[in-house]
Design a protein around this ligand. Structure first.
Ligand code: SF4
Length: 181
């Protein structure tokens, strides 16, 4: 079974989040941040309009790769003649973004490269207030994507409850805080 790009971000936040949601199938408690994110995504059609001139745009583009053992859906892929731009919409995000977010976006960029057979030269987060946060798809980031796919895959094959994150402050806003400890 292919790993989802979004699972890479969750895994880097805490492997147990992937375990509870995708292996134990325990539904996520809706948090304030998740509600804000859903509201923001519902306004995407209007925001995407600015990209629609003289270039190909793909919204909610689903992509899968056997070679990467990966699948994912990009909020927006913009196809120029010789290169691609991949964007994700987030309600808010610091600059630079947390590692897990950068890995997820890089994974979507790598999927887009294979899907459309063009190099991805631009990765960007677009936030609700219009900020654009760029991520460079450098070779170290590509290697980290591959390595994280392998780690998530191995965890799923083991099937056992992974250790909790050592960063215990992450548990406070976590959807699984009530069942995890
Ligand atoms: S409560 Fe903490 S250890 Fe448990 S899944 Fe959430 S972040 Fe991980």
């Amino acid at each position: 079974m292919k790993i989802q790009a979004e699972q890479l971000r969750q895994f880097l936040y805490c492997p147990r989040k992937v375990y509870w949601r995708d292996m134990a199938r325990i539904p996520q408690r809706q948090t304030f941040h998740m509600e804000q994110g859903s509201l923001f995504h519902s306004s995407l059609a209007e925001r995407n309009h600015q990209f629609a001139s003289g270039i190909n745009t793909f919204r909610e583009l689903h992509m899968e790769s056997e070679a990467l053992n990966l699948k994912g859906t990009a909020d927006l892929v913009v196809e120029h003649e010789n290169h691609l731009m991949v964007a994700e919409y987030k309600h808010s995000l610091p600059d630079p973004p947390p590692k897990g977010y950068a890995i997820q976006l890089a994974a979507l960029g790598m999927l887009a490269e294979e899907h459309l057979s063009k190099p991805c030269t631009s990765l960007v987060f677009i936030t609700q207030n219009g900020a654009r946060i760029s991520v460079d798809l450098i070779s170290e980031l590509r290697k980290k994507v591959i390595e994280t796919i392998r780690q998530v895959s191995e965890m799923m094959e083991r099937g056992t409850l992974p250790d909790p994150t050592p960063h215990r402050a992450r548990c406070r806003p976590c959807e699984y805080d009530r069942i995890c400890m």
